[in-house]
Design a protein around this ligand. Structure first.
Ligand SMILES: Cc1cc2nc3c(=O)[nH]c(=O)nc-3n(C[C@H](O)[C@H](O)[C@H](O)COP(=O)(O)O)c2cc1C
Length: 303
């Protein structure tokens, strides 16, 4: 292949290729590293990380649906101190860039977590999760353009790291929040997080997943919805876009690149086909060679 597969997400963050693994489906990369090679990846997006450790929601926390899965993990993570002190030095030895997914209960927590990670070697960038449907107030920022912009501005003031903002699709118009985070100083946008869903046990006459009963839907079921969200965003913002939602094959990834994504993340498919990211990357490279692409952007749909 003559084409350079690298993609730039702004502020100096250049991924060796567009294929990353989505937050919450790859942990912090260490278990996956023991199971098989990960050096081919364009990026690892870590589990959502908060200021203090969290145990997450009570089980059961996942359930299969006809074309996907529901999860209600509730941001189980060891807290930012462990990530900065113990995990980042290990990432420093990797060739794969690691982007830390950050969550918080309010602006202060987001700012503190991002500040702590700011000068830590091994952290290539931050992905602000303003879209978690599984904790109370998890989507407060992602569903309100004004608050989303204020959050990005506040975080922008404390870090020079590349800042990706991950949007929720659980809004009337995702482009309003996309424009707001662009104005606030984001370097890139990832879209989308999970769709709010529910599964009911008729036998027990209650939702299968405890708590509020709602959970986040992911997997093949959401691909057409997420693809539409990415295509809408592409027409509304200039920022690089990372497409996420139901990607499990080269064809799926290509659809996102045509819709306007600069890079992609694979989530749920990692659970049922652990080798999927390597497969998708080699499929993309084969496609680029067969079609003499000069850049992934050649694929973009323009009308
Ligand atoms: C079990 C599980 C845990 C997740 N945890 C997070 C998280 O901590 N932070 C986040 O931004 N997204 C999280 N997500 C959302 C995924 O990163 C991704 O946006 C979503 O699953 C859609 O992609 P997919 O259809 O390829 O899975 C999680 C998804 C799953 C299935």
């Amino acid at each position: 292949m003559t084409m350079d597969p690298a993609v730039s997400l702004g502020r100096g963050l250049v991924l060796p290729n567009p294929v990353g693994v989505a937050s919450g489906t790859f942990g912090y990369g260490f278990e996956a590293e023991r199971m098989g090679p990960i050096a081919h990846l364009g990026a690892v997006y870590s589990k959502g990380t908060t200021l203090l450790p969290r145990e997450g929601n009570r089980p059961p926390r996942i359930s299969e649906t006809s074309a996907g899965m529901l999860n209600s993990i509730g941001l189980q993570n060891p807290g930012v101190e462990v990530v900065a002190r113990d995990y980042a030095p290990r990432w420093r030895e990797w060739s794969v860039p690691v982007v830390v997914n950050v969550a918080g209960a309010g602006i202060t927590e987001y700012v503190e977590v991002c500040e702590r990670l700011s000068d830590v070697a091994g952290v290539a960038g931050l992905e602000l999760n303003i879209s978690c449907p599984n904790i109370s107030h998890g989507m407060d920022f992602g569903t309100d353009p004004k608050r989303a912009k204020a959050l990005v501005e506040a975080v922008r003031r404390v870090t020079e790291l590349p800042l990706i903002v991950k949007l929720t699709p659980n809004v009337t118009d995702i482009t309003e929040v996309g424009r707001a985070v662009e104005d606030g100083g984001a370097d890139a946008i990832s879209a989308v997080n999970t769709y709010l869903g529910m599964k009911i046990s008729v036998k027990e006459r209650k939702p299968v997943l405890p708590g509020m009963g709602t959970a986040g839907l992911s997997g093949p079921a959401i691909k057409p919805l997420a693809l539409a969200a990415v295509a809408k965003l592409r027409r509304a913002v200039e920022l690089p876009l990372i497409g996420i939602g139901g990607i499990g094959s080269t064809e799926d990834a290509l659809e996102y690149l045509v819709a306007g994504a600069d890079a992609i993340q694979i989530g749920t498919a990692n659970f049922y086909r652990p080798g999927v990211s390597a497969e998708v990357l080699s499929g993309l490279i084969q496609f680029a060679t067969d079609n003499s692409l000069q850049s992934w952007r050649d694929l973009r749909w323009s009308d």
